[in-house]
Ligand binder design. Structure first.
Ligand SMILES: Nc1ncnc2c1ncn2[C@@H]1O[C@H](COP(=O)(O)OP(=O)(O)O)[C@@H](O)[C@H]1O
Ligand SMILES: [Mg+2]
Length: 310
């Protein structure tokens, strides 16, 4: 019902869309962002977005142990860890797909085990490689974005005029107007990632989780994608972002905080200026790592030594 009420109130936002249409591509995006994101339902608990306490996940092995983590509204986080350190498992626990063995999880004010997690999932957008299986090759970029509405409505049906307007706005927001009618199967990796973000935003999430969104992008495409993400993050009403990666190069300035994972445990978590150090990253990667920080961006060099492959 909330979604329906919201859609019917959206028709007034076409003004912002007109402003955008008169601007050159790449400069009007902020207007589109605001127009497309305004009207999200306020969180029931405005302060804390994610709260994880003493989380343990055990299957055949212990996947995560003693995880304590809190994300406040206004923060944007990077989860950084080597392959197999438990990053995706932590995301999967947050979205209720991997039930915890012990510990507590709260997301957007809802406590796991007490609230209906299917309802909670409607407020959380996830972009990960596992979504690729859901995409049909013939569907266009616009179709793919429109398809994101089902996360909220929960059933297939007619696309309303308001939903189409919303999808068109998102298409501009993800800077993909030129690929509007192109089928999914021919889209480049970078285009696909932007379309999946548009699709996730269609459900107006309060929290947006990106699991290795730069995987498979060449260096230039990755940089373009990161610049795009930076523009998205600068705009008002942008959801709280959590980006998962194992590359410090992807920690762009709008990310404020970092959670470092190693072998299923937290090495450190907090503001990136405190967390991103050569010492802590050497622990994360079990190697001698030299972190470089230049003009708000990071890179790292790994010292060659016995047993370390660089
Ligand atoms: N359902 C499961 N059963 C057993 N082991 C699992 C399961 N899910 C993940 N793992 C293991 O947990 C570890 C962390 O996996 P994952 O969270 O995917 O790491 P990352 O995303 O950091 O690369 C890996 O060793 C993986 O094989
Ligand atoms: Mg992973």
């Amino acid at each position: 019902m909330r979604w329906r009420a919201f859609l019917s109130s959206k028709s007034s936002s076409s003004k912002a869309g007109n402003v955008l249409a008169s601007r050159p591509a790449g400069h009007g995006a902020p207007f589109a962002f605001s127009a497309a994101l305004n009207g999200r339902a306020p969180s029931r608990n405005p302060g804390t977005v994610i709260s994880v306490s003493n989380l343990r996940i055990q299957r055949e092995i212990v996947i995560l142990e003693a995880i304590d983590w809190a994300v406040q509204r206004g923060e944007h986080w990077v989860i950084l860890g080597a392959n197999g350190s438990g990053k995706t498992s932590l995301l999967s626990a947050l979205t209720g797909y991997t039930p915890p063995t012990a510990g507590e999880i709260s997301v957007l004010g809802e406590k796991y085990g007490k609230s209906d997690w299917r309802e909670l999932r409607k407020r959380v957008g996830v972009v990960s490689s596992s979504i690729y299986q859901l995409m049909e090759g013939h569907q266009t970029a616009l179709d793919a974005i429109v398809g994101g509405r089902h996360a909220v409505i929960g059933k297939w049906g007619q696309v309303s005029a308001a939903e189409m307007r919303q999808a068109e706005k998102l298409l501009r927001m993800i800077e993909a107007e030129s690929i509007r009618n192109r089928p999914w199967r021919v889209l480049s990796q970078g285009e696909r990632q932007r379309v999946l973000i548009g699709r996730a935003l269609m459900a107006r999430p309060e929290l947006l989780i990106l699991d290795e969104p730069c995987a498979g992008l060449d260096p230039v495409a990755r940089e373009r994608f990161l610049q795009f993400l930076g523009r998205l993050m600068q705009l008002p009403n942008t959801p709280t972002l959590v980006l998962v990666t194992h590359h410090v190069e992807e920690i762009i300035p709008p990310f404020s905080h970092v959670l470092l994972l190693r072998k299923g445990t937290v090495v450190a978590a907090g503001p990136k200026s405190k967390i991103l150090t050569s010492r802590l990253l050497s622990r994360v990667f079990d190697a001698s790592v030299q972190l470089r920080h230049q003009r708000g961006r990071y890179s790292m060099a790994v010292s060659a030594s016995a047993g370390v492959v660089v």
